[in-house]
Ligand binder design. Structure first.
Ligand SMILES: CC(C)(COP(=O)(O)OP(=O)(O)OC[C@H]1O[C@@H](n2cnc3c(N)ncnc32)[C@H](O)[C@@H]1OP(=O)(O)O)[C@@H](O)C(=O)NCCC(=O)NCCS
Length: 197
């Protein structure tokens, strides 16, 4: 059972905590749901528990990936995953990803808040300089969510992906450190006297 003390970052309606092995079955359900994975490059996923365990072990062992689980702050129900991937500490760059796997939570502001918290983790916590992402051109809800937190469109990869015989572009988006206002960690570090307010 997840509790408040397990959380790493908290917003008004959502909070982020560590990924959990006991949630692998839930993660698997999210990623194999065609109504969820139709927005992802892993469209048509049919992952087995073994695939899921291998993925989890890969994440756990690698400093290049930070994956956090997104919870409903009201009851600590796990509702999705978010991550920073291919983190390059030399250049201060990473790729952002998010999946709200519990579909009844879509369109209620959870993804926007979780994205903002994960960016806080990356920019304020890890000191990254640039966080980027790519999104499927028809995923208007995700694009809106990313624009709401301050991601800017940086380019387009034409016909990068397909669903059956239909091809779609990828929109590239990015954000720089100075374009982001920390919702939580800056104040926490300043209150502790670790950085200047
Ligand atoms: C993309 C995702 C993370 C967004 O999270 P969310 O909680 O659903 O999004 P939010 O409610 O915070 O924000 C969505 C925004 O898009 C708008 N929106 C919702 N449905 C929309 C639609 N069908 N078309 C266009 N905009 C839409 C909302 O109004 C909101 O904008 P606003 O705050 O300016 O009004 C989530 O829907 C999800 O995980 N989807 C499936 C997997 C996925 O697409 N992952 C991202 C891959 S790049």
């Amino acid at each position: 059972m997840t509790e408040a003390r397990d959380m790493i970052l908290a917003g008004e309606k959502t909070c982020l905590g560590p990924r959990r092995k006991d949630l692998l079955q839930t993660y698997l359900r999210w990623i194999n749901d065609p109504q969820v994975n139709c927005y992802l490059t892993m469209w048509g996923a049919a992952m087995s528990m073994e695939d899921e365990e291998n993925w989890y072990e890969g994440m756990t062992g690698s400093p290049e990936h930070r994956l956090l689980t997104v919870y409903d702050r009201e009851n600590f129900k796990p509702i999705g995953n978010t991550g920073l991937h291919h983190i390059d500490f030399r250049h201060g760059t990473a790729e952002f990803g998010i999946v709200i796997g519990e579909r009844e939570y879509w369109g209620r502001g959870f993804g926007t808040e979780a994205t903002r918290l994960m960016l806080d983790y990356g920019f304020t916590g890890l000191g990254l300089h640039c966080i980027r992402l790519r999104v499927f051109s028809s995923n208007e809800r995700a694009i809106r969510c990313y624009e709401n937190v301050g991601f800017r469109r940086a380019g387009r990869l034409r016909e990068a992906e397909r669903r059956g015989n239909h091809r779609f572009d990828h929109i590239l988006m990015d954000m720089l450190h100075h374009e982001f206002e920390s919702p939580m960690l800056h104040e926490l570090l300043a209150d502790e006297g670790i950085i200047e307010a």
